[in-house]
Structure formats: structure tokens, C-alpha cells
Design a protein around this ligand. Structure first.
Ligand code: FES
Length: 218
């Protein structure tokens, strides 16, 4: 892990509050690893899953407060990483189910392992994407019910979306969940990401961010 600066190449708006930022620099990373980005609004850096957009390193940002708003405004960002364990897709046919802010991660995982990708959004996107998109809660639940014939799923989104997806998919295949939303320091120093699992206490920034859903939920 190291500190580095990233200069913005492109800012793409997906929804009213969600953007993709691509960068001129490239760093090597493994699937679903993340970086911690500094802001001027807090001493705590913020975590963003690494991915790609148009062949460039990219992150997705949903504006949820001053810190994420700051990140979308800047042309140069200071970051630290890559953090976390890379996700190793199991053998067999897999699918990633994600929210729009995870699109760069989805593009990266799809490129690496040819998994299917489904994006669930609360609103229409302002651009075309190369994956099936469902809009709204009902359409998302219907998508989850329709998914058959997979050996594994990877779910990344909000807490609630991840739990709903796990409950709907757990009897169909192995379900992995990326718990990015729990990060604080991101480097194993604060213990703020500790999560009780069936296999003992795990620190999501070191042992994750991806865990098997069954480790966390019944
Ligand atoms: S986020 Fe600080 S120890 Fe994991």
C-alpha cells in the first residue's frame, strides 16, 4: 500500500447524485480492492472500490455528504491503497449484482472473469451501460427472483440492498457480499470495521471487503 495522487480524466454523471471519476494514472489492483481518498472535510479518508472506465482506473462516487461532494469537485485527489483482499471468483458461472456507483468495479470484474452483471438503480441512468439495468424496488426484487443457473453471486451496494439480495439468492448459489460501507481507516489501525461472523471477529478492511454472506447472516 502506498500514498499517491490521482488526476481526474473524466467525470461522468450517472444519476442526480452518482458519478464515475476516471483517472490519468493507473495502479495495479485486484478485483474489489479499494482506495482511501483524503478530503478537506474530515480527517478520516473515504473508501472507494477500484475499477475501470474506458480503459482507465476509475471509481464510482455517490454524493451522500460534504466529503463525497468534495471528491467529485476536485481535479486532483490524494489516495492510499490498494487496500483489502482481492476477490477471487470461484469456478463456475457467476453474476455481480450492484448499484450504479459500483459500475467501475463491475466493468473490471466482468473484464477479468466474464461474469454477468446486473445493475439495480432507484432511478434511470443518464447514459447507456453495457449491462442489464433494473429500475425501482419491484423490478429489483423481480430480477433477484429470476436469476437461475449461477454457481455464485457477488453483491455490492447499500446495507439493505445487500441483505435483501442475500436472502433472495442464498438458496440458489454461493453469495458473496462486499461490505465496503463499513470502512473507517481502511488499513487495520482503528478496528472500526470489526464485524462479528460465524468464524470469529473479522476486520473488513483486512479480511474483506468481500465475505461469504453465510458467514455474516443465517
Ligand atoms: S477500517 Fe480501521 S481497522 Fe478496518
Amino acid at each position: 500500500m502506498e500514498n499517491f495522487s490521482l488526476t481526474r480524466s473524466e467525470l461522468v454523471q450517472l444519476t442526480a447524485d452518482t458519478f464515475i471519476i476516471s483517472f490519468n494514472e493507473w495502479i495495479d489492483f485486484e478485483p474489489i480492492q479499494f482506495i482511501m481518498i483524503e478530503t478537506e472535510t474530515s480527517i478520516v479518508r473515504k473508501p472507494f472500490g477500484l475499477g475501470r472506465w474506458n480503459g482507465k482506473l476509475a471509481i464510482g462516487v455517490q454524493i451522500i455528504g460534504p466529503g463525497t461532494n468534495y471528491i467529485v469537485q476536485q481535479s486532483v485527489l490524494n489516495a492510499h491503497g490498494p487496500c483489502g483482499k482481492g476477490f477471487v471468483p470461484p469456478e463456475g458461472k457467476g453474476a455481480m449484482i450492484a448499484t450504479p456507483a459500483c459500475l467501475p468495479m463491475a466493468l473490471d470484474l466482468h473484464k477479468r472473469c466474464s461474469c454477468d452483471v446486473f445493475i439495480g438503480s432507484l432511478e434511470e441512468l443518464s447514459i447507456e451501460i453495457p449491462f442489464p439495468l433494473v429500475v425501482g424496488d419491484e423490478a429489483f426484487l423481480s430480477l433477484l427472483r429470476s436469476l437461475e443457473g449461477y454457481d455464485w453471486f457477488l453483491v455490492i451496494g447499500s446495507d439493505q440492498m445487500e441483505k435483501i439480495s442475500y436472502d433472495a439468492l442464498k438458496d440458489k448459489a454461493e453469495v458473496f457480499v462486499s461490505f465496503n460501507e463499513y470502512m473507517a481507516c481502511g488499513i487495520g489501525a482503528c478496528r472500526g470495521c470489526a464485524k462479528e461472523t460465524k468464524n470469529g471477529l473479522k476486520h473488513l478492511c483486512i479480511d474483506g471487503p468481500v465475505l461469504r454472506g453465510e458467514e455474516v447472516w443465517s
